[in-house]
Write a protein that binds this ligand. Structure first.
Ligand SMILES: C[S@@+](CC[C@H](N)C(=O)[O-])C[C@H]1O[C@@H](n2cnc3c(N)ncnc32)[C@H](O)[C@@H]1O
Length: 244
């Protein structure tokens, strides 16, 4: 059985792809690229292809529906089917002796579909060899773009999906020095209200599409209009002791 490589390609700027990621992508004849819908391009594939020539490679684009996954719960059947179909296609290529690369946005250890595919692969073929190549996460790229440190000394740093309800988010924020809110795009109105109630609007930075075209960094959310919306690739850093 050949090797399945889960490769972090960074948040967008091809300059943030590591040498190791480029070397693995170069070597693998098959790329398995995640996309959110049949008619939407794969961002991870676009980033990888900006750094490594696709010539002669088999690229399999596979749709993973964007639905909420609660760990420990039963996944949505459409989502589970997408993971299983991905595992079947990958297993076939691995059994034929091809090394397969799965480019994934940012770092694979953070909310990546690639890990569900690994679980489905191992359920299907427990002998599957998996290697993980870390990448620059949007979290650290966002901190760099904001000019902020995420934690220093004895500080506590928490990462959480902004889709948690405000009571839970408030407790998390109160118990952390820095909080990174991911997946904020659909809930910015509610998040702005919460930060206003907690007196933290000035300590928040919104970083949108870091490392990509139209990158935007908004320091302080008092003047930010959530009704105007923000892109799916948006992250909010709340630094209670502002060191930016
Ligand atoms: C499914 S998670 C993937 C995280 C990714 N594995 C990482 O390490 O950055 C998607 C969320 O990551 C954040 N994100 C991903 N790319 C981003 C970018 N270029 N700029 C800002 N935030 C980004 C957003 O909060 C988005 O909703």
């Amino acid at each position: 059985m050949s090797v399945f490589h889960l490769v972090g390609v960074g948040p967008g700027d091809p300059g943030l792809i590591t040498l190791k990621a480029a070397e693995v992508l170069e070597r693998c004849p098959v790329w398995f690229a995640p996309r959110a819908a049949d008619d939407s391009p794969s961002t991870a594939l676009a980033i990888a292809a900006a750094a490594v020539d696709l010539g002669g490679k088999e690229v399999i684009s596979h749709t993973f529906p964007m639905k909420k996954v609660i760990r420990g719960g039963e996944p949505d059947p459409e989502v589970a089917r997408a993971w299983d179909e991905a595992a079947a296609l990958v297993t076939e290529r691995l059994a034929a002796g091809a090394e397969v690369a799965f480019p994934t946005l940012g770092d694979p250890s953070l909310y990546s579909t690639g890990f569900y595919v690994c679980e489905a692969l191992l359920a299907r073929a427990p002998e599957t060899r998996i290697e993980i190549v870390p990448g620059v996460s949007s979290i650290t790229a966002a901190a760099a773009a904001a000019g902020a440190s995420l934690c220093q000394g004895n500080e506590r740093f928490t990462v959480v999906p902004a889709t948690y309800e405000n009571g839970a988010l408030a407790r998390i924020i109160e118990n952390s020095d820095t909080v990174v809110l991911m997946k904020v795009h659909r809930v910015m109105e509610r998040i702005k209200e919460l930060l206003a109630e907690m007196g933290l609007l000035d300590q928040a930075v919104l970083v949108e599409r870091v490392g990509q075209e139209h990158q935007r960094v908004v320091h302080g959310l008092a003047g930010f209009d959530p009704a105007a919306g923000c892109h799916y690739f948006s992250t909010v850093i709340v630094r209670r002791r502002n060191t930016a």
